[in-house]
Design a protein around this ligand. Structure first.
Ligand code: PLP
Length: 404
């Protein structure tokens, strides 16, 4: 795929044709949520026109159909992340719910007073607060792997933190605030050498590089559909089958039980055990359509395109006086965080918005990471497959206008 091929892909996303504040829309906020291709929008429409019902096989035609689509989506996700088995794929609302599921269930079953959970200093609040809550309940402690001035994960310090009380490592694959790609396979190998399981937060990785959960070796991997061109409200928790078999359920309710009496309830096997209530069939259908779309373009090509854009954008923001990039790790995802002297991040975001440039400004739900760099927030441009140099040029033009 060439740059011109990617330029044409912009047309697959109808919302990008919408002018914003009288300008062409430069949507540079895909780390917060991606826009959706026509193919996904059509899959949702078709689902409601032809297939909608609650799941459970053998009840009636449409119910069978909805169940088939839901389970086909599970198999589609399995292939996408190369899980060994489809029952290792649990549908959740998003990354946040996936991590909360593990923190609550693992915490209840395996965390005791004096135990330790290891996280990094650049975690999104979603991969920090649930662990704090689990630790608080058990009387356990968080241990934090520091990062350096570039935002690199400090592996040597991490090794020092793994000890006899470590029960789990919870770490991001790609930092949403800094862009850092962590050495996840090495992190997992080191933890496993000490018999410690690893949960990876894949929210910012899944749409930008091929993720192979077996090659990474992680025990849990969570991501959100909406950051992957799919609808909001659907996400995935991958869990190794041995863990899903032994953790207690997260929520109780319909769809997840084998038998219920007033005295005692027995649960379905995973993944149903973790999917209480009516599932988000619509979301799963949309997610499967998004995965088909992404797989057809190829994550290798998408990753290379975004890396080239990030390099271009990083070079060009160097032209802006008083602009400082926050997060300069060697290996970065499609994220460019920065601050501009003399302006709050809110002012930067609002000024860019007036030029039709959508970026995120604020702390990006990663306050500890921001404070590590002595700032309370940044402006963040983030890239997806539909972005091109024209978006970066529009960003630079808007930044120049701000400086003047
Ligand atoms: N983790 C990271 C690294 C993120 O960037 C985000 C969202 O921005 C999340 C977790 C939470 O994702 P969600 O809000 O979709 O649950």
């Amino acid at each position: 795929m060439t740059g011109a091929d990617f330029q044409r892909l912009r047309d697959d996303f109808p919302i990008l044709a919408r002018p914003v504040r009288g300008r062409r829309l430069a949507y540079l906020d895909s780390a917060a949520t991606t826009q959706k291709p026509t193919e996904v929008i059509e899959a949702l429409r078709r689902y409601y026109l032809e297939d909608n019902a609650n799941t459970h096989r053998g009840v009636h035609f449409l119910s069978d159909r909805a169940t088939e689509l839901y389970e086909a989506a599970r198999e589609r996700v399995r292939r996408f992340v190369n899980a060994a088995r489809a029952d290792e794929i649990v549908f959740v609302r998003g990354t946040t719910e996936g991590i909360n599921l593990v923190a609550a269930s693992f915490g209840r079953a395996f965390l005791r007073a004096g135990d330790e959970i290891v996280v990094s200093a650049m975690e999104h609040h979603s991969n920090l607060v649930p662990w704090q809550m689990a630790c608080e309940q058990a009387g356990a402690q968080l241990r934090v792997v520091p990062i350096d001035d570039d935002g690199e994960f400090l592996f040597d310090e991490y090794e020092q933190l793994i000890g006899p009380r470590t029960r789990l490592v919870a770490v991001t694959h790609v930092s949403n605030a800094l862009g850092t790609v962590t050495p996840l396979a090495r992190i997992v190998a080191r933890a496993h050498a000490a018999g410690v399981p690893v949960l990876a937060d894949g929210a910012q990785a899944i749409a930008h590089a091929a993720v192979d959960v077996q090659a990474l070796g992680c025990d849990f991997y969570a991501f959100s559909g909406h950051k992957l061109y799919a609808p909001m409200g659907i996400g995935v928790l991958y869990g190794k089958s041995e863990w899903l078999a032994k953790l207690p359920p997260y929520q109780g309710g319909g769809h997840m039980i084998r038998d219920v009496t007033f005295e005692r309830t027995t649960y379905e096997a995973p993944p149903r055990k973790y999917e209480a209530g009516t599932p988000n069939v619509e979301g799963a259908v949309g997610l499967a359509a998004a995965l088909d779309y992404v797989a057809r373009i190829g994550l290798g090509a998408i990753g290379a395109h975004e890396r080239a854009l990030l390099d271009y954008a990083t070079a060009r923001v160097g032209e802006i006086d008083g602009l400082r990039v926050i997060g300069t790790a060697r290996e970065k995802g499609a994220i460019l965080s920065f601050v501009v002297d003399g302006f709050t991040t809110g002012e930067v975001g609002a000024a860019l918005d007036r030029h039709g440039v959508a970026v995120r400004s604020g702390h990006h739900c990663a306050l500890p990471a921001m404070r590590r760099f002595g700032v309370e927030g940044t402006a963040r441009a983030s890239f997806a497959l539909y972005n091109g140099r024209a978006d970066v040029d529009q960003l630079i033009e808007a930044l120049r206008a701000l400086r003047q």
